[in-house]
Design a protein around this ligand. Sequence first.
Ligand SMILES: *Cc1c(COP(=O)(O)O)cnc(C)c1O
Length: 430
Amino acid sequence: MNLLQTYEANGVSCPVYEYGESVLDALRDRFDAIDRMAELNQGKVIRAMQDARVDAACFAATTGYGYDDVGRDRLEEVYASVFGTEAALVRPQITCGTHALTVALSANLLPGDELLSPVGLPYDTLQEVIGIRPSPCSLAEYGVRYRQVDLLPDGGFDYPAIRAAIHEKTKLITIQRSKGYATRPSFSVAQIGELISFCKGVKPDVLVMVDNCYGEFVEELEPSQVGADLCIGSLIKNPGGGLAPIGGYIVGTKACVERCAYRLSAPGLGQEVGANLGILPSFYQGLFLAPTVVAGALKGAIFAACLYERLGFRVVPGGAEERHDIIQAVELGSEAGMRAFCKGIQAAAPVDSYVEPIPWAMPGYDDEVIMAAGAFVQGSSIELSADGPIRPPYAVYFQGGLTWYHAKLGILRSLQSMVDAGLTEVPTVV
Ligand SMILES: *Cc1c(COP(=O)(O)O)cnc(C)c1O
């Protein structure tokens, strides 16, 4: 069986396959650069594991209080080393990215303090955490104020407005690296570093937290290496490498991370408690695989961007742009487009391929959301997935793929599904 036949057997027609190959021909150099980045980050992870003397004893299960959990403590050492920080909190008790961010915010903000977002509205689920949309137990309920400076129309930072927004009560500045469900650009680590320097120039003791979701291992440096006091993400995204079944991480200064540990467990207990329940092998092995998994996801994102851009769809980032996270937004212009795209991604999955995703109300989100994911880990978005809120410009946010080949198949099937629904046509390749 040749490749075309394999794709045909997986529901991709010859014209769609050949159009895909013509797009790929132009991407070889960029894929090489992604492979070199993965190699660099692989080396960093291996070095960190060796320095922490990871051994088989680290993989043992602990239960109950989890005192003297060597595997947990060394894993946190490894994370601190990879992210270049004094301390790390990496736990299965952190249920998701939103939880990790909530722990960090509520640990480091006290009544009367002000939180500032200089990059516009934060990710949907954080709006209730902060109290932008009222919710029981929001930071607003506890007397933490919130202020926001929007991005400039070109996606840049509004420095004069940021300077004006920072004052005596500004305790913590939150910067979201990835675009989330917005069609603004994601920020490079260098841009984040500049913004941090600016903010600390205005107020040297202000704390800066970076929501690093989807950004890990895309570049050589992480935001924690350009001045962030706290850097946070989910283990069912990039750093879990597709293997971690749950969890989140918080890395940063010892003072900030210690407060997070007190918030997560209890004042006085902190990092000393928290049994690992036997899942540490997946945390270690997932981190080990993460650089190559992220590389595959990046190739998929670039392929999707170039494939759809050539057909006239607006894509963010553009096909030729540099990447700062693994998210690719494709504006499909209609709910029908979102449904067809997601149907194709779902149909290419190894798990749950026979179901058709439909829009649904989701906790933490204001609009109905459509989600395509046939994942080994439920809800994992380092695995091939596509989702988006049903609202203009009807953008699907596409991400992940544990292997590049699966990402490629999923993207081709999404296009096939769009073609079959009469929503686009592929050019004939000569
Ligand atoms: C995914 C994500 C979150 C929240 O993560 P969950 O694990 O879904 O709670 C926060 N911020 C950004 C930018 C994200 O992409």
